[in-house]
Design a binder for this molecule. Structure first.
Ligand code: GDP
Ligand code: IMO
Ligand code: MG
Length: 462
């Protein structure tokens, strides 16, 4: 398949030409607006829905971290889409979709996703892919799965999505063993590099599993060159693209993949992913300075979920958890795994909002809690067995977090169908009380309330 660049890519090329006269002058002020959307829990908060909503008033949606481990669902007029690598602004025809250098990109998966969308009538136009994004290759996925199996045998598995994320970021840090998107543009270099890597990577795989098949360099290079045919028109220096846009007064929306409690530095290490999923990943993952990110929307569910291993203080491995899973259809968008479910943990959310410098919150899946008689909200942790050792701090460390017990406050539950509410006042009084409790505790306004998966099932405030 060969995608032809749409007329809009001329607009992008004019911004990104590498000739010196087209580099933006730094004396031109940045007049463009910038917003980031990030998850405040362990992923799957409904970021895709929020980004799709906000994309309507932005010129570009920019992914800066993660890879195809993300699964962002968007429902428009009853039609459900799941995005893994394509930014969630793709359903807004005038929005540029940017995959920044901080993303690890599986080129085959990206093409599959573009084709899948096209089959459903969605044309991926205005796509820009950073030449400096690193590639996820089939052997990364194999290594991910092998390592997980090995760890599982020792009861240590992370429960990764097996999308090759950890091994690809390891290679990025290793330098000599990685390939970048820009390498697809130089056939001779690519062939030589893959030949070297195939040998090295075969040895690495065999050190985990001696029966691993040898990587065939010619087959892999041919497949990559095939993919390059499709992707070449979209490969850019996206840092120049974004700075050019900002200086032309265009607005950017940064799309966090995964979530803050999975951030490799600020999450529940080692049960995290391998990138900076919080806003702290934006500068490194796009080349746009952090100081330019003006609004930060933290997205949270009205309860908590987690997929994979790791501590989860408010987990309800009981009828309450099952009810939330049933009502919220809590099964992974990427892997289909049942998500672990529990009460809202405001200690964790307030920590995540602090790390991100959130300016507002989006509260998602409120409808799922309808019918639960009494709602529990965790507001403090008890450390160990000492009832005097109470803290409002979160511990971004799996061992320490495993040693705390959550302390709850009870709030009255609400009943009935809230999915048709379109204003705050239409919600039942206990639901409004729940929302105001969260706002007071975290100290931030909730400007979006989601009462169903569809784009239209949304309450905007303020
Ligand atoms: P993301 O990874 O943060 O984009 O979230 P996911 O798409 O993986 O998971 C969120 C799930 O909740 C998806 O199935 C959404 O369609 C769904 N969803 C989003 N908002 C709401 C809501 O307000 N109510 C309900 N019932 N479902 C929602
Ligand atoms: P979105 O963007 C939920 C979890 C995995 C695993 C850990 C490491 O849809 O919110 P990885 O494959 O990244 O090495 O897995 O992180 N994880 C997610 N959980 N939503 C996600 O993304 C996730 N991305 C990674 O389940 O526990
Ligand atoms: Mg998801």
């Amino acid at each position: 398949m060969r995608l032809s660049p749409s007329p809009e890519t001329n607009f992008m090329s004019s911004l990104t030409s590498t000739t010196p006269q087209n580099a933006p002058s730094l004396s031109d002020p940045i007049t463009g607006n910038t917003t980031a959307v990030v998850g405040l829990q362990w992923g799957d908060e409904g970021k895709g829905k929020v980004i799709d909503l906000l994309a309507g008033s932005h010129d570009a949606v920019v992914r800066y971290n993660g890879g195809a481990n993300a699964g962002h669902s968007i429902v428009i007029d009853g039609q459900r889409f799941a995005l893994h690598l394509i930014p969630s602004g793709v359903f807004r025809p005038d929005t540029v979709s940017v995959i920044g250098n901080g993303v690890v990109l599986d080129p085959f998966k990206l093409i599959e996703e573009i084709e899948g969308l096209r089959e459903r009538g969605v044309e991926v136009k205005n796509l820009a892919i950073s030449s400096r994004a690193h590639l996820v290759l089939p052997y990364h996925k194999l290594e991910d799965a092998m390592l997980e199996d090995r760890l599982a045998a020792r009861g240590l598995s992370i429960g990764t999505t097996k999308r090759g994320i950890g091994p690809a970021y390891s290679d990025k840090a290793n330098r000599a063993t990685s390939l970048r998107v820009g390498d697809l543009l130089d056939t001779d270099y690519l062939r030589a590099k893959v030949a070297n890597l195939a040998e090295y990577k075969t040895d690495a795989l065999r050190s985990i599993d001696p029966s691993a098949e040898a990587i065939e360099p010619k087959r892999l290079t041919d497949a990559l060159l095939d993919a390059a045919e499709t992707l070449t028109p979209f490969i850019e220096d996206t840092a120049y693209l974004l700075h050019g846009m900002l200086r032309k007064g265009k607005s950017l929306l940064f799309e966090g993949a995964n979530a803050t409690l999975l951030d490799v530095d600020h999450g529940t290490y080692p049960f995290v992913t391998s990138s900076n999923c919080s806003v702290l990943g934006i500068p490194a993952g796009t080349g746009v300075p952090g100081a330019e990110v003006k609004q930060v929307v933290g997205v949270l569910k009205a309860y908590s979920t987690r997929v994979g291993g790791g501590p989860f203080p408010t987990e309800q491995d009981n009828e309450v958890g099952d009810q939330i899973r049933r009502q919220g259809n809590e099964y992974g968008t990427t892997t289909g795994r049942p998500r672990r479910c529990g009460w809202l943990d405001l200690v964790a959310v307030r920590y995540a909002a602090m790390v991100n410098g959130c300016t507002s919150l989006s509260l998602m899946l409120l409808d799922v809690l309808s019918g639960i008689e009494e709602l529990q909200v965790c507001t403090r942790y008890q450390i160990g067995d000492d009832p005097e050792a109470i803290t409002g701090r979160f511990f971004p460390d799996a061992n320490r977090l495993a040693g705390i017990s959550p302390l709850y406050e009870s709030l009255p539950g609400f009943h009935g169908d809230v999915t048709k509410a379109r204003s705050f006042d239409e919600l039942p009084a206990p639901a409004r009380q729940y929302i105001e409790f969260i706002e007071d505790f975290v100290g931030l306004p909730i400007s979006i309330i989601s009462v169903g998966p569809d784009r239209s099932q949304t309450i905007r405030r303020g």
